[in-house]
Design a protein around this ligand. Structure first.
Ligand SMILES: [Zn+2]
Length: 262
């Protein structure tokens, strides 16, 4: 990934997304207004942080990103596989709808999702002019959020999976993400033997590699171009929030994407 510094914030972008066609960013926790465990660019509004700081963070992020705050479309992320289409921005007075994948083909819309360990899956189709983000924690991954997102883009916009550029953003890595036997059992029940390659055993504990599992599932769905960030949230707490390693007392960082206008 490429690192960028602007107005005290730091954000990262994928090398494989064409900056002439699409603006996108993963904002680190640096340069925001929040304090304590939320320090400092926390975009999560339901984790106990001061709402005024969160609003100031949103406004700063949109300023740095160079798009109006009113252009945003975001959802209430619930660890499912439902996909929503942001044909228009979400009005301030409208409540978040539940979903774990969002797409748009409208250059006036800025898609935003929030993360702290779960895998951000970003999509750009340079042929059809479509962008998307999906949220892949272990439950979303288990139930095929990546493939559901691809299917939705094909059905709604006529995207060809081979045209889609996909990037997996900063999230907890396979050496850090300890899981219970129940998670392993659910994966092998749903995915069969293929699931076993995504689990490893370290000193008697089970670890799940969400990066590899999501890449595998996306390739099964016909995706050919996949960039992995290789950035682990849990071991880079100076830049990222980690729900797991900060024991739930932490913020959420933002993944943002929009088609270039005109
Ligand atoms: Zn790690």
């Amino acid at each position: 990934m490429i690192s960028h510094d602007a107005r005290g914030t730091r954000f990262y972008t994928f090398e494989s997304f064409d900056p002439a066609l699409v603006d996108h960013a993963f904002f680190t926790r640096l340069g925001g207004h929040s304090k304590g465990p939320y320090a400092s660019l926390n975009l999560g509004g339901t984790n106990g942080d001061n709402p005024q700081d969160v609003l100031a963070n949103h406004e700063l992020l949109f300023e740095v990103f160079g798009r109006p705050y009113e252009s945003r479309f975001d959802v209430w992320q619930v660890h499912g596989t439902h996909i929503r289409f942001g044909d228009q921005p979400r009005p301030r007075e409208q409540k978040h709808q539940p979903a774990d994948g969002i797409f748009t083909d409208n250059p006036e819309v800025t898609l935003v999702m929030r993360f702290a360990d779960c895998v951000p899956i970003m999509f750009h189709d340079p042929i059809r002019g479509v962008v998307g983000i999906a949220h892949g924690g272990w439950q979303g991954t288990l139930h095929g959020i990546g493939a559901e997102a691809v299917r939705a883009a094909v059905m709604r916009y006529g995207c060809q999976p081979k045209d889609l550029r996909v990037g997996l953003g900063p999230s907890i890595c396979g050496q850090c993400y300890k899981v219970g036997q129940d998670v392993f059992n659910q994966f092998t029940t749903k995915w069969g033997q293929a699931a076993e390659q995504f689990f490893s055993n370290q000193s008697g504990a089970l670890y799940l590699d969400l990066w590899a599992a999501n890449e595998w599932a996306l390739r099964q769905a016909g995706i050919e171009m996949i960039e992995q960030s290789g950035i682990c949230t849990a071991t880079n707490l100076h830049e990222w929030y980690s729900y797991r390693f900060e024991k739930g007392f932490t913020g959420r960082f933002a993944a943002v994407i929009a088609l270039k206008r005109g």
